[in-house]
Design a protein around this ligand. Structure first.
Ligand code: DGY
Length: 328
């Protein structure tokens, strides 16, 4: 008897940990080995004959790709965000979509808080100052920064990562406000948070940290008007998606000195072009989209993505599925 045909899977990058080894024992696996994402035409070609795809947020899964992949049954994104995937188009074709929520919550909040502290206390500037040989004496006015304790942190979004950020801020003696569609009374009671409207959040926050997914509603949520409504000298932290902020308006607000600074792990576009005006601003701290980048967390994300894919290929609902209605 002929052996059962194994599903064919294309993975758009090497992943850390044991997950791909495990996947390779169950499917016909092809992995794109380069550091950089597969070019669009390669992705279209590879998708043509596969049953499953493991994608990253750098891979666009849209109608043209789905049209080129008639046997595709599952797309598993190695990220909690899935704005790179046209989920509606996948659902219309009965293709399950998986993501990796939960495992990166604390890791991402750690990094958002690191950015907040680094920005407030000018850690990167201080390092550059010492390395440049500019440290000549202790000075009472050298590299003065902003206090965190007693300051107000405004959270845009209070999902898992927003809540983890609120816990950290509470531990550091900050007053925490949040803006969210949903009230979280238990968290309010536990951490003394206050749910406020957008205007209050912008007017009262010394630091604003973004924790919303990118959707049509959150695109440019922080625009010119909102930036103008922020407290003078306030600082922005973004570990969500670059497009949640109108970046041109942000550059203006920073250049005019209306905002005190910004720490951005995400930008529009990514990678940030070397001629971006953000790179010329001293009060901007930049990172290359690494908030979830710990050894442990990236290994867990890969493993979860493999679990999601294998479940969908077996006709089961993936443990973390963004279009669960397919399995009703
Ligand atoms: C995500 O998971 O959406 C992040 O942006 C990458 O960890």
């Amino acid at each position: 008897m002929a052996p059962p045909v194994r599903p064919r899977v294309f993975v758009t990058r090497k992943l850390p940990g044991e997950a791909l080894g495990r996947l390779g024992r169950q499917v016909e696996l092809r992995v794109w080995e380069d550091e950089l994402p597969p070019p669009r035409e390669v992705l279209l070609e590879e998708a043509r004959g596969v049953d499953g795809l493991i994608t990253l947020l750098t891979d666009r899964v849209d109608e043209p790709l789905l049209a080129a992949a008639p046997s595709l049954r599952a797309v598993s994104n190695v990220a909690v965000g899935y704005d790179n995937i046209d989920v509606g188009a996948c659902s219309a074709r009965g293709i399950a979509v998986g993501n990796t929520p939960g495992v990166l919550t604390e890791t991402t909040a750690d990094f958002a808080f690191a950015l907040l502290m680094g920005l407030a206390r000018r850690v990167v500037e201080a390092d550059a100052y010492v390395r440049a040989g500019r440290w000549r004496t202790w000075s009472p006015t050298l590299l003065l920064g902003a206090e965190l304790h007693g300051a107000t942190l405004g959270l845009v979004g209070l999902g898992k990562i927003g809540a983890a950020m609120a816990r950290r801020a509470h531990g550091f003696g900050m007053r925490v406000l949040y803006f969210s569609r949903h009230a979280r009374p238990a968290l309010e009671a536990e951490l003394g948070l206050r749910r406020v409207d957008k205007a209050t959040l912008l007017a009262e926050s010394d630091f604003l940290s973004l924790h919303v997914p990118l959707t049509p509603e959150t695109r440019h949520w922080l625009g010119r008007a909102e930036l103008a409504a922020m407290k003078p000298g306030a600082m922005l932290v973004n570990t969500a998606r670059g497009t949640v902020v109108d970046q041109d308006a942000l550059v203006e607000a920073l250049s005019r000195g209306h905002l005190g600074g910004a720490a951005l792990d995400v930008t529009e576009p990514e990678p940030l072009p070397m001629d971006s005006p953000l790179l010329k601003l001293p009060n901007v701290l930049l990172a290359p989209h690494i908030a979830s980048a710990s050894h442990v967390t990236r290994g867990r994300m890969a493993s979860m993505a493999v679990d999601n894919l294998l479940a969908a290929l077996e006709g089961r609902r993936p443990p973390h599925c963004v279009n669960p209605e397919l399995f009703k």
